[in-house]
Design a protein around this ligand. Structure first.
Ligand code: FPP
Length: 247
């Protein structure tokens, strides 16, 4: 019997590059629940637990930025009871997150338009950002009411405003200026985007930022996703030859 229980069980990353920035489209909660004859909300609840485990694991193995897609600008079209259940789940988890990610020094940041959420949820989002802003660990972007087209439209409007009032010279507009007007301003683009549930779609997620991202699609529903699946996604990522348009 081991005398000391290992504090954290991590895969051996000594011979693999850990991506600096990872995005995850947490998909398949509904199907997971349906397969078990459970309401869709049970799938989201199971998915939220996995979100917490995988976030911690990413931080443990040295990922610097993790972006999770929790709620899109299009998800409001879902039945009212499902949207209601998701909002309750967000409140519960964001209440816990105030304390939960402290030991891991995780910086919490929301990307998306907060203004559509209830006041108490907006306050929880603001409190999470405020309480974690001086930490020095992994940055966790939680995409809520996020749509990448909407994000780009906002950037265009903001730059246009600058041109109109004379703060921006139209000839100085370049790719880095556009990046600096996105919710992810100041952060590196994702190296790897993982989509569980076997769907080959980007679903309005980080369209600008993913120009040279490696995609890994996995045939697992998000509530079944394990640390080992993240290891496997990183293993596949390490097999890719990234050329960024060069040779
Ligand atoms: C997509 O699966 C998943 C969502 C729309 C919700 C994701 C939210 C969570 C996992 C909760 C995370 C909690 C926090 C606090 C960030 P789907 O419902 O579209 O699945 P389906 O394609 O199988 O129907």
């Amino acid at each position: 019997m081991a005398l000391f229980k290992k504090k954290k069980e991590l895969a051996d990353y000594s011979d693999k590059a850990v991506p600096t920035s990872i995005g995850i489209i947490m998909d398949g909660n509904g199907r997971w629940a349906k397969n078990r004859h459970l309401p869709r909300s049970a799938g989201h609840r199971a998915g939220a637990k996995v979100f917490r485990t995988i976030t911690r694991y990413c931080s443990d193995i040295g990922v610097k930025y993790l972006t999770v897609y929790a709620f899109s600008t299009e998800n409001w079209r879902r039945p009212q009871d499902e949207v209601g259940a998701l909002m309750r789940l967000f409140k519960e988890y964001l209440q816990e997150a105030l304390d939960d990610f402290k030991d891991d020094s995780i910086v919490i940041h929301f990307i998306g338009d907060k203004s559509s959420f209830s006041e108490d949820l907006q306050k929880l989002m603001d409190d999470n950002e405020e309480i974690s802003k001086d930490r020095d660990g992994m940055v966790l972007n939680i995409a809520m009411n996020y749509g990448s087209r909407d994000e780009i439209v906002r950037a265009v409007k903001s730059i246009s405003e600058g041109v109109k009032n004379g703060d921006i010279d139209i000839n100085s507009i370049d790719e880095s200026m556009v990046s600096d007007h996105l919710y992810t301003a100041g952060q590196p683009d994702p190296d790897l985007i993982i989509r569980p549930s076997g769907e080959y779609r980007i679903s309005n997620f980080m369209l600008w930022q993913s120009a040279y991202t490696e995609f890994v699609i996995m045939n697992k529903l998000w509530p079944d996703f394990k640390k080992e699946d993240l290891d496997e996604a990183i293993r596949l990522y390490n097999l890719r030859s990234r050329r960024f348009g060069g040779v």
